[in-house]
Design a protein around this ligand. Structure first.
Ligand code: HSE
Length: 327
C-alpha cells in the first residue's frame, strides 16, 4: 500500500477536562474553558518541539513527548510516518493536577496526525479516534470530554469505548481549585481497592444518575434546591475515600467546602478540586472568606470540544469542531 500524502500545517485546540465529577468514576467528564493549542507541520527530516506555558520543560522529551507519541501511533495506524515533524505547544492546562492534561496531549496528537494525513479522516473515523485516545490514556472519561466538549458519559462496550455528549445547564458555574503540587494518576489509581462493598456501588450508581439530572434538567429552579441536589448528587464512595490518604489537603478542602454547602469533588484523580457554583459571584461571597490558599478559577463549560484548523500558506483555514457528534 502506498503511504499517505501529508498536508502542510494544522492547529488543534483542546480543552481541560474534569473527570468523575464525584460518583461517576471513569465515566463522567466535563470540558472546561482552559485550553492547550498545538501546531504541527511536516518537515523534510528530524523532530523539532517547542513548548510554552504549562509543561514547558517537556520540550526536551523528544520522541517520548506525549503529543509526539500519540502522533506516531496515529501515523502508524494511517500507514506511514512523515519524513520529519515540527510541533509547537502553547499550554494552559496545568500538568499532573487532575485537569486532563494528558488526555489533552493525546487527543491533540491523534487529531493533528489525522489532520496532517490527507485522507486521514476516512482512514481513522471519529469512533476510532476515541478508541485510540482511550487506549493511550487507559480510561475513556477525560478523552471523551476533551474530544466532544460539554458533559460526557463514556463507557466501554464490546465494540470499544463510546461516549454521549450532554449539555449542562448554563446556570451552573464550574470552579477549579488548583493544587499547588502535582500527583500522578498512576499513584492515585494504585490506592484503589479491587473490590468495593455492594452498598457503596449502589450508592454511587444512584448518585451518578441524580448528578446527570441535576446538571442537565431544570427541575430545581430554586437555587437552594439545586445546590442541595448537587451536594447530594456529588457524593462518592468509590474513589475519593480511598484517595484521601495520598491527597490529605485535597480531602480536607473538599470536606470544608461541602460542609459550607458547596458541591465539591476531587477533580479526576486529583489533587485539584472541582466545585459547582450557582454564579460567578459565589466565588467572592462563599469562598474568599474561607482562606483557601490555592488558586481558584471560575471557568465556563467548553461546549465545543477539540477543534482543528488546517493552516495552508496564504490562508488561516477554517476551524472544524470535533464535538458536534458522538463518535
Ligand atoms: N477516572 C480517572 C481516575 C481520571 O479517577 O483515575 C484520571 O484523570
Amino acid at each position: 500500500m502506498n503511504g499517505p500524502a501529508f498536508t502542510r500545517k494544522v492547529r488543534v485546540q483542546v480543552p481541560a477536562t474534569s473527570a468523575n465529577l464525584g460518583p461517576g468514576f471513569d465515566c463522567l467528564g466535563l470540558a472546561l474553558s482552559l485550553h492547550d493549542v498545538i501546531e504541527a507541520w511536516i518537515e523534510p527530516g528530524g523532530l523539532s518541539i517547542g513548548v510554552s506555558g504549562e509543561g514547558a520543560g517537556t520540550a526536551d522529551a523528544g520522541e517520548a513527548h506525549l503529543v509526539v507519541r500519540a502522533m506516531r501511533a496515529t501515523f502508524k495506524i494511517l500507514d506511514g510516518q512523515p519524513p520529519g515533524l515540527a510541533l509547537r505547544c502553547r499550554n494552559q492546562i496545568p500538568h499532573g493536577r487532575g485537569l486532563g492534561s494528558s488526555a489533552a496531549a493525546i487527543v491533540s496528537g491523534v487529531l493533528a496526525a489525522r489532520a496532517l494525513t490527507e485522507d486521514g479522516e476516512a482512514r481513522l473515523p471519529d469512533a476510532a479516534v476515541l478508541a485510540l485516545a482511550a487506549e493511550f490514556e487507559g480510561h475513556p472519561d477525560n478523552v471523551a470530554a476533551c474530544l466532544l466538549g460539554g458533559l460526557t458519559v463514556a463507557w466501554t462496550g464490546a465494540d470499544g469505548p463510546r461516549a454521549v455528549k450532554l449539555s449542562p445547564l448554563p446556570a451552573i458555574v464550574p470552579a477549579v481549585f488548583i493544587a499547588p503540587e502535582p500527583l500522578s494518576t498512576e499513584h492515585a489509581r494504585g490506592v484503589l481497592p479491587d473490590v468495593v462493598p455492594h452498598a457503596d456501588a449502589a450508592a454511587n450508581a444512584g448518585r451518578s444518575a441524580l448528578l446527570i439530572a441535576a446538571l442537565t434538567s431544570d427541575f430545581g429552579r430554586d437555587l437552594d434546591v439545586r445546590l442541595g441536589t448537587l451536594l447530594a448528587a456529588t457524593e462518592d464512595r468509590l474513589h475519593q475515600p480511598y484517595r484521601a490518604a495520598v491527597m490529605p489537603e485535597t480531602a480536607g478542602l473538599v470536606g470544608r467546602l461541602r460542609a459550607a454547602g458547596v458541591p465539591a469533588v476531587v477533580s479526576g484523580a486529583g489533587p485539584s478540586v472541582l466545585a459547582f457554583l450557582a454564579s460567578q459571584d459565589a466565588l467572592d461571597s462563599t469562598l474568599r472568606d474561607m482562606g483557601i490558599g490555592w488558586d481558584i478559577s471560575a471557568l465556563d463549560v467548553d461546549r465545543q470540544g477539540a477543534s482543528i484548523q488546517s493552516v495552508t500558506p496564504g490562508s488561516e483555514g477554517g476551524t472544524v469542531p470535533q464535538g458536534g457528534t458522538s463518535p
